[in-house]
Design a protein around this ligand. Structure first.
Ligand code: WQD
Length: 338
């Protein structure tokens, strides 16, 4: 069975390609390499022994999207990762985000609607909840007004898919709302490759530990949490990748209850920034230089998932601990820099 993975050379996309191949799927990747490297293709092949088909296409070019689907009529499912995802950049350049994250989704859905049958998995984010009123966060938690154009594109994307599924019963879709993906494949063949100064916590930690950064700035310790620093649900990227395969299999095997469903994908455990630092210091067996600074605008206090629905209906549960995820991130950083 052939699956299309858009953004399949990226951080989460590449790990998902590996898990799809491990499950026997034939994979075709579309990526424009704007935020990923073509050598990831060889790295995926090194892990699985199977080289995915790859086509360098910019999904903003509608005719190229149409041409792709006219040549790959045997694609039976799409996992759609391709999108811009830097919160801060989206505030500075909203139209880049609305064009890249929304028009590309529409072009793909138009092709699936034409095929009138498809299984579609959408990369969404817990950012749609903003600061939830209740923790842990269930899928019934209200979607809040987005804090950034990036978050807004995820909310709009979900609405577009929901409306499409309403009028196209044979297109089945699942939106996966990720919490905080971290870590790398245990082989250290693939992992997170942030371009420039990392915005996210864990790559900044590993780059500090390897000596690329002077020290980690902890954005605020005056939040109403156990140690004053923010709480997040850090999920190993391989666990997250496996959730995509489980979601796809739910659709392929017609186990879905509606033709549009939403699942939170996290570990169900929240960790503060200081707890992440302590965990890293333990697994790396070295101190991490850090300082407390002002809060980062837009940060919420706490977010961690209620994973009951995903555990029960996707028959999926995150397996890796925070320590294991951080150890894999550290192994990856050391390999990439040596
Ligand atoms: C985590 C915690 C920071 C960096 C974002 C997006 C979300 C998703 C994941 C794409 C926060 C603190 C961070 C640093 C710090 N992206 N921190 N010093 O903001 O929870 O989520 O990335 O889907 O949509 O919003 O992740 O890793 O940036 O921050 O103290 O140098 O670490 O304040 O509390 P975030 P993050």
């Amino acid at each position: 069975m052939k699956m299309l993975v858009t953004g399949g050379l990226g951080f989460i996309g590449s790990h998902t390609v590996v898990e799809l191949q491990n499950e026997g799927y034939e994979v075709v990747i579309i990526d424009n390499c704007s935020n990923s490297s073509p050598d990831v293709l060889d790295r995926i092949t090194n892990i699985t022994g199977k080289k995915p088909i790859f086509e360098k296409i910019d999904l903003r070019e509608k005719d190229k999207v149409q041409d792709f689907f006219s040549r790959h009529t045997d694609v039976e499912g799409v996992i759609h990762f391709a999108a811009s995802k830097a919160v801060g950049e989206s505030v500075e350049n909203p139209l880049l985000y609305y064009e890249n994250n929304i028009s590309t989704l529409v072009y793909i859905l138009q092709e699936l609607q034409k095929k009138n049958t498809a299984n579609f998995i959408f990369s969404s984010s817990c950012t749609v909840y903003g600061q939830a009123d209740e923790l842990p966060i269930t899928e019934n938690a209200p979607v809040k007004v987005a804090e950034s154009p990036y978050g807004n594109t995820k909310q709009i994307g979900e609405e577009i898919i929901k409306d499409t599924c309403k009028v196209t019963p044979n297109v089945k879709a699942i939106a996966l709302r990720y919490f905080n993906p971290i870590g790398a494949h245990p082989t250290a063949e693939i992992g997170e490759l942030p371009i420039g100064v990392p915005q996210n916590l864990v790559p900044f930690i590993t780059q500090t530990a390897i000596g690329m950064r002077e020290q980690l700035s902890v954005f605020g310790n005056d939040y109403p949490t156990k140690d004053g620093t923010c709480i997040r649900d850090y999920i190993h990227v391989v666990d997250l990748a496996k959730a995509h395969v489980s979601a796809l299999q739910r659709l392929v095997n017609d186990k879905n209850k509606e033709n549009y469903e939403v699942f939170n994908v996290g570990t169900g455990t929240g960790s503060t920034v200081l707890e992440v630092i302590q965990s890293f210091e333990k697994v790396a067996q070295q101190k991490l230089k850090h300082q407390i600074v002002e809060r980062r605008p837009g940060d919420i206090t706490a977010a961690y998932a209620d994973t009951t629905k995903a555990n029960n209906e996707l028959e999926w549960k995150a397996q890796s601990s925070l320590d294991e995820a951080l150890a894999s991130a550290w192994k990856w950083e050391q390999k990439v820099r040596n």
